[in-house]
Design a protein around this ligand. Structure first.
Ligand code: ZN
Length: 243
């Protein structure tokens, strides 16, 4: 079985479109989404509509819950907060209902756990930024693989049979039977690792391998739409920097 795992689309329809075309080319069997369909970008309604057509295996991100008042946004920066308010005003009723049905975590789907932030207290929206954070979180899911998003920075963290915890390098990697993994798939709609190309993961359970894919998309087009909607200049500019 081949899975595509996407996260953090953030109302960026151009990036979503490029990712969708690519995963169709890859011939994946199932698509999972790890949260933050809205926030930052100019096309929240269109992105939810498209996601609904693509998969029903989804979890919520902090921006999704922020728009419907399910989580506190006082810790959001002013740009993120401005777009949450902008999105709130434009979101169609049926898509508000859609966001309300998104679960925080899918603890068990085949050999995987799906969550936006962390398996430990996902409602607190913490980040896994160090191996120490990762090591703690390995105790809070039972499956072999945990797919996450939230930081917009792809990274693969391994816990091997000897309890060694380390970062796996390279675009493609083997999934070893005796190891467990936390895989951050990066962001489709707003990458932040210094690479402006969209990011998503493909997991092949037959071949026991996974891959983080990076692809270019029409950044200028989404930036033009954001300018038309008078979204914050900082958010428009950061797309081309990938930061
Ligand atoms: Zn996000």
């Amino acid at each position: 079985m081949r899975y595509a795992i996407l996260s953090d689309i953030h109302s960026n329809l151009e990036a979503f479109d490029a990712a969708e075309k690519d995963l169709q080319k890859e011939g994946v069997d199932k698509v999972f989404f790890l949260g933050d369909i809205v926030g930052y970008g100019p096309n929240p309604n269109e992105c939810i509509e498209r996601l609904r057509g693509l998969t029903d295996i989804v979890v919520a991100g902090n921006h999704d819950y922020a728009v419907i008042g399910y989580t506190d946004i006082t810790y959001f920066n002013k740009y993120a907060m401005a777009v949450i308010e902008w999105t709130e005003k434009r979101l169609k009723e049926e898509y508000i209902e859609y966001l309300k049905k998104m679960p925080l975590i899918i603890p068990e789907i085949e050999n995987m756990t799906l969550v936006h932030s962390t398996p430990y207290k996902p409602q607190e929206w913490n980040y896994i930024t160090t191996l120490f954070d990762a090591l703690e979180n390995f105790n809070f899911f039972k499956q072999q693989l945990c797919f996450i998003g939230h930081s917009h920075q792809p990274v693969v963290i391994v816990l091997d049979a000897d309890s060694r915890c380390y970062v796996e390098r390279g675009e493609t990697f083997k999934i070893r039977k005796d190891a467990r993994y936390i895989i951050n798939v990066g962001s489709v709609g707003q990458p932040r690792d210094g690479n402006a190309d969209l990011s998503y993961a493909i997991y092949d359970s037959d071949e026991s391998s996974a891959r983080i894919k990076r692809l270019s998309y029409d950044i200028k087009k989404v930036q033009a739409k954001m300018r038309d909607e008078r979204l914050p200049a900082y958010l428009i500019h950061r797309l081309e920097e990938g930061l």
